[in-house]
Write a new protein. Structure first.
Length: 431
């Protein structure tokens, strides 16, 4: 049989994995520590390759970032992981009472809850008992005057359990005492530089350039008050998977709300060019995929009988409209006809998300699960009695947060594509 060798290719088509060579045993073979180390490397690289290409990377569970109240900081730090920064050597207020850098009034601490993540190289990052992080202490000295920081965890290894060697090798490359085990752990990273976005459409063939699994953005470090949940933004987290689908993150009407005729006209842009239904996306979508028919507005007339008429409201994309930009993160769709709405009507808004393509030519994951896509409008567009949306970590009533426990809600069920549906009602005047 003729043996065929595969030449090494260079360029963007190269599969970025190390050579996969496993140990071949035979009788009488002499094995050294290096042989067993390479055998471990083979299986570890295979596991990371399988994780990265078949399953993906990101936060699997836990790893939430929470502010630590000042009156609980001492107790929390005492019970934290040994990977968390401590307060040893921290500055204290001067005799005059003024704050020095790192003093009690300037210190900000957060807690990372236990959890599991996978970095983009395929390493499993495990935080077993959680940890408390002093943000000021964790920052490099030249960045400690920042107001906004990003925090994450990175896979790390350390040699543990010193063991005395029986004899040295013939090359004398071992000492009298060596560490016998490798502990797989993590380190906490805090930086003032915005983490890079992973804009790769294919996360399998190439490895990403960053190894940190970023968890949160934290604002308000210069303030004197304690950190609040509103200062911690968890939208930096990457959900576990091969790709992060583009989803609908906000609309400028309240799903299921009742608007007056005048409010509905302003919302739909019936009489004002600046009006219209606005939809926001989590990432870029292709402008050329916003074609007629993608958005449809249907009116179901109010009435006592089952024969209430339905009609379709004419409209067009006012934004992005005629533009040379290839991508956009929102659109505005306004009414172009003069049909009038009446008391009791229901306005159905349909966005065929399967026809809206993102930067990688994949469909937007558009299912409006539970009708909970957040309202992003302003002023009286929502009406006087509109209910405010929950924040990123808290909400009201059952199912206030998505299944992952981190909000706010967006569209999407994980299947991709589908249809975004929403509606609101019309009343003659505010009751």
């Amino acid at each position: 049989m003729t043996e065929v060798s595969t030449p090494t290719q260079t360029g963007s088509t190269e599969f970025d994995v190390p050579p996969l060579r496993r140990l071949r045993y035979f009788h009488g073979q002499l094995l050294s520590a290096r042989d067993f180390q390479r055998e471990q490397e083979y299986f570890r690289e295979k596991l990371k390759l399988r994780m990265r290409c078949l399953l993906g990377y990101g936060v699997v569970c836990g790893l939430l970032v929470e502010p630590v109240a000042p009156d609980h900081q001492a107790d929390d730090t005492a019970g934290a992981d040994d990977t968390a920064p401590t307060d040893e050597g921290a500055d204290t207020p001067t005799e005059s009472g003024e704050d020095t850098p790192g003093s009690g009034r300037r210190r900000r601490k957060v807690r990372i809850t236990p959890g599991l993540g996978v970095d983009c190289d395929g390493n499993e990052v495990v935080v077993r008992g959680g940890c408390v992080v002093d943000l000021w202490e964790a920052l490099p000295e030249g960045e400690r005057d920042a107001d906004t920081v990003w925090i994450g965890v990175e896979y790390a290894e350390r040699a543990v359990e010193p063991t005395r060697t029986v004899y040295n090798s013939s090359c004398a490359d071992t000492s009298d005492c060596e560490f016998g085990w490798t502990d797989e752990s993590h380190v906490v990273r805090v930086t003032t530089e915005r983490p890079p976005d992973d804009d790769r459409c294919d996360t399998c063939r190439t490895r990403c350039g960053h190894k940190v699994l970023w968890l949160a953005r934290i604002d308000g470090l210069r303030g004197h008050g304690p950190l609040r949940p509103r200062h911690v933004h968890l939208d930096v987290r990457r959900p576990f998977g091969r790709r992060v689908p583009t989803v609908i993150t906000g609309i400028n009407w309240v799903h299921g709300h009742t608007y007056t005729v005048a409010e509905a006209k302003e919302l739909l842009g019936t009489q004002k060019d600046t009006g219209g239904l606005v939809v926001h996306f989590s990432d870029d979508v292709r402008v050329d995929s916003l074609q007629p028919g993608v958005v449809e507005v249907q009116v179901i007339e109010g009435g006592a009988g089952r024969n209430a008429d339905t009609w379709y409201m004419g409209g067009t994309f006012a934004e992005p409209g005629e533009t040379e930009d290839e991508f956009t993160r929102h659109f505005r769709y306004r009414q172009t006809t003069r049909e009038t709405l009446q008391d009791g009507d229901r306005v159905m808004v349909t966005v065929r998300a399967a026809f809206i393509l993102d930067r990688c030519c994949r469909p937007v994951d558009g299912t409006n699960v539970g009708g909970k896509v957040p309202y992003v409008g302003r002023g009286r567009e929502a009406g006087a009695d509109a209910e405010p949306e929950p924040d990123e970590r808290g909400g009201r009533g059952p199912c206030a947060l998505p299944p992952g426990g981190v909000g706010p809600w967006t569209s999407g069920s994980g299947a991709g594509g589908d249809v975004f549906e929403s509606w609101f009602f019309i009343t003659e005047e505010r009751r």
